[in-house]
Design a protein around this ligand. Structure first.
Ligand code: HEC
Length: 288
């Protein structure tokens, strides 16, 4: 920004508004840059780093790390930025400079995680093409335990099933209006998830439930699997039916049938009585 001050006003405005001014080089003392990241990149680390980034860094660095947040900040997608070592980034994040705050007080584990996430920003916003995966359910209805197993895999070029690890599978029960979540799990190294189905969920009249499993992952397209299981409590529903007029006679309580019939008889009786009286008046009129 100092360069602005030395230029003529027009140049200054132009330069500043065009954002052509980069930040001054920021050098890191040798030994600091040599620090190694104690963490390895894996899905959980990247996901935690992403959450931390979105909460703490996005405001200035922008959602995609382009440095286009509420203020101009460093662009994290450039080759120049990415060529720095993890140690150098850690030093800058914990030291701060100018408008870049020092995050020294933060948990260093969080910072090493966010550095791993920042690496995924390289090259700018990439079109995320989700990959295909499949989800199957296995349920042994003969077993007394209410247990559902999901298998997540993809087909490799040779047409072989390859299990997918650490994929989130959410389990739901289908309801009239939407899905009721009953739990979620991550697949193991064989691509399996196992869920102990909760008891006490009400199903249809004989306890049948429609179980829905969903593959929920950032990298893979969502996939659903459905199964009908008799794991619910039977929904007798009688209590409600008893109270309705349109319930069949068999379900209607005696007092309701009686009072309904009586009311009908009274109404028809009054109508017939009125009609008889009218006929009487008519006859009397003829006589006179
Ligand atoms: C208040 C705004 C702001 C926030 C919040 C912020 N930054 Fe920055 N950041 C900046 C600015 C401005 C610079 C450029 C500073 C300079 O070079 O003088 C910068 C520079 C950096 C650099 C050094 C870039 C380079 O190549 O020299 C790194 C690394 C960095 N930020 C990481 C982060 C991380 C990680 C977070 C979240 C934990 C974060 N920043 C949060 C504003 C911010």
């Amino acid at each position: 920004m100092r360069i602005c001050g030395n230029s003529i006003i027009i140049m200054l405005l132009l330069a500043c508004s065009l954002d052509v001014l980069a930040f001054e080089p920021w050098n890191v003392p040798g030994p600091e840059g040599g620090r190694k990241n104690p963490l390895k990149a894996d899905k959980n680390v990247i996901e935690n780093g992403r959450i931390f980034f979105m909460n703490t860094c996005k405001a200035c660095h922008g959602e995609q790390g382009l440095g286009n947040g509420v203020i101009k900040a460093a662009d994290m997608t450039t080759a120049k930025f990415q060529s720095q070592t993890d140690g150098e980034l850690f030093y800058k994040i914990t030291t701060g400079r100018g408008q870049m705050p020092s995050f020294k007080a933060m948990n260093s584990n969080d910072l090493w995680q966010v550095i791993i996430f920042i690496r995924t920003l390289a090259g700018g916003a990439k079109q995320v093409l989700k990959k295909n995966a499949m989800l199957n359910l296995i349920i042994d209805v003969n077993k007394p335990e209410k247990q559902v197993t999901g298998v997540v895999y993809f087909m490799d070029e040779a047409g072989q099933k390859q299990p997918l690890e650490k994929i989130k599978v959410g389990f739901y029960v289908q309801r009239m209006f939407g899905l009721l979540p009953v739990g979620s799990k991550y697949t193991n190294d064989k691509g399996y998830v196992r869920l102990d189905f909760p008891s006490g969920i009400i199903g249809d009249t004989i306890g049948n439930l429609n179980l829905v499993a969903k593959l929920e992952d950032a990298e893979y397209k969502s996939a659903d699997a459905l199964a009908t299981v008799k794991w619910g409590l039977p929904n007798t529903g009688l209590k409600k039916a008893e109270r309705t007029l349109w319930a069949t006679n068999k379900l209607a309580p005696v007092w309701l049938i009686l009072s309904f019939t009586l009311t009908l008889l009274v109404i028809f009786g009054v109508i017939i009585y009125v009609l008889l009286q009218v006929r009487k008046i008519h006859r009397l009129g003829k006589i006179v």
